[in-house]
Ligand binder design. Structure first.
Ligand SMILES: [Zn+2]
Length: 280
């Protein structure tokens, strides 16, 4: 009996420890804008998602053949708007928003990076908009792709509250989509895949969407694409361009499949590779 109680205490301590070691929300300040990455789930992937990998690189960077990754969404609080970037599958997102003191009805805008299920399934349930007061922003190119492939079910409940835009090219002058937010093209993973640059008081942070799925190998080997990239060559080209931009300008990045805190600085290493340093 005594032993059982002792074990029970040990287990509950272990449980608390695991919980505190794996927090789900990380908040980072960009001038007067608050950017919070929210982890929806953590999982393990297999190297079979890599498209035509170099076996020596797989041996070097993914020796176990598996990797840990996450599905994340991002909340951006600007002085004028509460903005959600992607909705994940729509599971723990709502508990995470509650932890940040935000109710779904307070979300003014949902920015969509692309139309895969792990990014849009949280938009609606049973045909009802889960963010009833939000305008949904999606690139023209992605909306066309979306309507032709996955159907429009996720957008339908938003009716006229869907706004399309054309993302600009990284490193060029781009008008704001919303105050402090610019949409930047990263076509390749999908035909309209879009990144969002957050700017305030001379500081920037780039939410790069699904530029990287397997950080263990795609950061050191940016040429490496994955099987679910619609255009793997274009995905690799834009990945290298964005890595160089973020590294040269010391712009922190947020990734929707990067591991917690999912906000990091990227620096150029050897042989065209890069490394990530998590933000603090
Ligand atoms: Zn994804």
């Amino acid at each position: 009996m005594k032993t059982n109680i002792f074990l029970g205490v040990l287990f509950s301590m272990a449980a608390v420890h695991v919980f505190s070691a794996e927090p789900n929300i990380f908040t980072y300040k960009v001038g007067n804008i608050e950017v919070s990455t929210m982890v929806e789930n953590r999982g393990q992937g297999r190297s079979s998602v890599l498209r035509n990998p170099n076996p020596a690189m797989v041996q070097k960077y993914l020796p176990s053949g598996t990797y840990a990754s996450e599905t994340n969404t991002v909340l951006v609080k600007t002085p004028s708007h509460i903005i959600l970037v992607d909705t994940g599958f729509g599971t723990t997102l709502f508990a995470n928003l509650t932890s940040l003191g935000v109710s779904p009805g307070q979300i003014d805008a949902v920015l969509i990076t692309h139309s895969h299920g792990d990014h849009i399934n949280g938009l609606q349930k049973d045909g009802k908009a889960l963010f009833p007061n939000a305008k949904v922003y999606v690139s023209v190119q992605e909306k066309d792709f979306w309507l032709n492939s996955n159907g429009a079910a996720a957008l339908t409940p938003y009716g006229n509250n869907v706004e399309t835009f054309r993302p600009g090219e990284i490193g060029t002058q781009i008008p704001d989509l919303l105050p402090g937010i610019k949409a930047i093209a990263a076509f390749g993973h999908t035909p309209g895949h879009t990144m969002f640059m957050v700017s305030s008081e001379g500081k920037e942070l780039l939410i790069w969407g699904d530029l990287v799925h397997v950080e263990d190998i795609q950061i050191p080997v940016p040429d490496q694409s994955v099987t679910y990239d619609t255009n793997p060559l274009a995905a690799a080209e834009i990945r290298k361009k964005v890595f160089a931009y973020a590294a040269n300008n010391t712009v922190p990045i947020a990734g929707l499949h990067l591991r917690y805190p999912a906000i990091a600085f990227i620096t150029a290493g050897s042989e065209g590779g890069y490394t990530l340093t998590p933000a603090k």
